[in-house]
Design a protein around this ligand. Sequence first.
Ligand SMILES: C[S@@+](CC[C@H](N)C(=O)[O-])C[C@H]1O[C@@H](n2cnc3c(N)ncnc32)[C@H](O)[C@@H]1O
Length: 206
Amino acid sequence: GSALLDLCCGPGRHAVEFAKKGLAVTGYDFSGEYLEEAAARAKKKKVSLRLLRGDMRGLKFEGEFDAAVNLFTSFGYFPKFSDDLRTLKGVARALKPGGLFLLDIINGDFLDNNFKARDWHEQGDHYLLEERTDDRDGVFNTWTRIPKKGGKILERSFFTRKYGKKRMSAALLKAGLKPLKFWGGFQGKPLTSKSIRLIVLARKGR
Ligand SMILES: C[S@@+](CC[C@H](N)C(=O)[O-])C[C@H]1O[C@@H](n2cnc3c(N)ncnc32)[C@H](O)[C@@H]1O
């Protein structure tokens, strides 16, 4: 029955699994479409979720959650670092004293060592072109989705700030969250500059 905040829950794939384990899950995201998908998924799996729509910079919770998660690179989109910090401070405020926060993003140190300006992927009925411009602070991404059989080409641009261990620790500490442990993947491997993922568990002070 512990209370969990799934921040940027998207279509709820993790939120539903946590609810199945008996947690009282609040899913929070700014996409109404994703929240509808999450509601449908919860109904199908016969679990209940509290789903709230909002911007992660504007969290209004106060000491409500035993734990919070932010999974699958759902952090670091804001060109201004102050917005990332506002988000982390909101997470800290939302947690009970001693509450835990698990954050899972692409490892900024990996990006620094393995920069690729473009990538093509084949995904079912379309191709995805990923183009990137790198700067010291982050990566500007443009994704172009090209249907194989013709039709509308969709383009989406977004920024991702590069967080390695040092920078992540500093940001968490600034927000009142103490980093306890880092991993380089969900199999529990240690974090190195070659790890693609950066997973960190942090705790709010008591
Ligand atoms: C990469 S997806 C991951 C979703 C989910 N955690 C998962 O693993 O399936 C990133 C999510 O962040 C949400 N998001 C992006 N910017 C946001 C913001 N400013 N406030 C709240 N949610 C946001 C998107 O709508 C999307 O659902």
